[in-house]
Design a protein around this ligand. Structure first.
Ligand code: FES
Ligand SMILES: [Fe+2]
Length: 355
């Protein structure tokens, strides 16, 4: 049984990935074909011809229609079949499901569940990703592990000390206690760790130019199921924000992940690093891109191993949780709540349609 809720927004792709070409990606077990119309809209259809199941992603885009590469059934951007070979009459059931898409903050969001339950206003924001005040590097790594393992990983950053030593990990990360808060109404989890006198890991020393010890703040904001924000503040030790909240001397890095289930045992691990300094410095961009990818791949290796262990273990294995796990445990609870709400019949007044 899948452990995700279909009635949620998920990042299907980066905006820049989708052009006027057919693009295949599986989201929550659903094979999709995506493309951008000549008018600029992103379309997502089920990647399976109604005739003999041929993948539409291996077919042809002609203007804004897909012509099936097997026998030529032709579909418009709503998934309606416009033409079938050898006959004028189009069967009434000749239609592939179309999915609701919203493009925002340089991300392509898809609603994989019931279209009439989608509400665009519920998509969490990550405005740094297409702001001229930030420079962004990004990537996506395929993870052969269930998405919950990545959620667990990202909500407990004490692992940086051990899994990412020499990159982003220093002893202070694991040594400094966290605070965890849950906004039950909004369904958002906050985990904070403020290190006021910490070693500067190479990731930040090289990119900011700071040579001494630092105040390093990590403020996580997780919007289950898909969007994870890490507000990272780096400043020389003792350099605090001003009383009015301005913080011009500090370096700010917004680390964003989109955690999108592919199958029950694999995940699209979208990662982005937005910074508000050295905006035009290509060396800093290259350094952060390469280093962050290395760090993400360290997690990928660990989580791929964990997946094989979880898959093979006997039922009811009892994990041991400690203080560092409070964010991850809260995430499991909210994800379960979303699943249960997603499976329940929709309340008539709660459903809105965006398109
Ligand atoms: S499988 Fe698509 S037209 Fe036959
Ligand atoms: Fe990690």
């Amino acid at each position: 049984m899948p452990t995700w809720s279909r009635n949620q927004w998920y990042v299907a792709a980066y905006s820049a990935e989708i052009s006027h070409e057919l693009f295949a990606r599986t989201i929550c077990g659903e094979p999709l074909v995506l493309y951008r119309t000549t008018g600029g809209d992103v379309v997502a259809l089920e990647d399976r011809c109604v005739h003999r199941r041929y993948p539409l992603s291996k077919s042809h885009l002609i203007d804004d229609t897909i012509v099936c590469g097997y026998h030529g059934f032709t579909y418009d951007q709503c998934g309606t079949c416009l033409a079938a070979p050898g006959q004028k009459r189009i069967p009434r059931t000749a239609r592939v499901p179309a999915f609701t898409i919203v493009e925002q903050d340089s991300l392509v969001w898809v609603w994989i569940g019931d279209n009439d339950r989608s509400d665009e206003a519920l998509i969490p924001r990550a405005p740094w990703l297409d702001s001229p005040e930030y420079t962004v590097v990004r990537g996506m790594e395929p993870l052969q592990a269930r998405y919950e393992l990545l959620v667990d990983n990202l909500l407990d950053l004490s692992h940086e000390t051990y899994l990412h030593g020499g990159y982003i990990g220093t002893p202070e990360v694991a040594q400094t206690p966290i605070t965890t808060e849950v906004d039950e109404d909004a369904g958002v989890i906050y985990v904070s760790r403020h290190m006021d006198d910490a070693a500067c890991p190479p990731f930040y020393a090289e990119s900011t130019g700071i040579t001494g010890r630092i105040a390093r703040w990590q403020d996580i904001e997780y919007h289950p199921p898909c969007l994870y924000l890490l507000h990272s503040r780096i400043a020389p030790t003792g350099d605090l924000p001003a009383d009015d909240g301005t913080d011009d001397h500090a370096f700010h890095v917004e680390v964003v992940y989109a955690i999108t289930p592919e199958t029950e045992h694999s995940t699209h691990d979208f990662w982005m690093v937005a910074r508000d300094f050295a905006l035009a410095d290509q060396h800093v961009s290259d350094f952060l891109a390469e280093n962050n990818r290395t760090v993400v791949l360290q997690d990928v290796v660990a989580l791929d191993v964990l997946e094989t262990i979880v898959e093979g273990e006997k039922e009811h294995y009892q994990e041991l949780s400690i203080n560092i796990d409070t964010g991850g445990l809260a995430a499991r609870r909210l994800l379960k709540r979303q699943r249960e709400a997603g499976e329940a019949a929709p309340e008539p007044t709660a459903a809105t349609s965006t398109r």
